[in-house]
Design a protein around this ligand. Structure first.
Ligand code: SF4
Length: 114
């Protein structure tokens, strides 16, 4: 576990506590794309458990169980928090992340928004 992981989780949590969420239809569409994406990664250890707790705390109910312990392999964001997020609160890719996302996950829903 890195300090950056903890910082990112805390940032995501604080954002999730105060933010609106997208419609169920939009969240379902995002989840379908993430579930087929080769860049989704399993989150293990403390961060994985924390993501589940934080996701439960956000209580959106918009992320399927099979994605509850996954993160985006491009930006490292928890899918529990990323999938329901409104555009204003979404992760903004660095140039390097954008390059990787375009190459490894061309169908990523985030590319159409950011
Ligand atoms: S690259 Fe996009 S579609 Fe793939 S896991 Fe990350 S957010 Fe989901």
């Amino acid at each position: 576990m890195r300090l950056a992981d903890i910082t990112q989780a805390l940032k995501a949590y604080s954002a999730a506590k105060n933010l609106d969420v997208v419609s169920d239809t939009e969240a379902a569409s995002r989840a379908r794309i993430c579930s087929k994406c080769p860049m989704k990664r399993k989150v293990g250890g403390f961060i994985g458990r924390a993501s589940q707790v934080l996701g439960a705390a956000s209580a959106t109910g918009q992320v399927p169980d099979e994605l509850a312990n996954r993160k985006c392999g491009v930006c490292g964001c928890s899918l529990l928090l990323l999938i329901p997020a409104v555009p204003a609160n979404l992760h903004k890719d660095s140039p390097k992340e954008a390059e990787i996302r375009a190459k490894e996950a061309p169908n990523c829903w985030l590319r159409k928004i950011s």
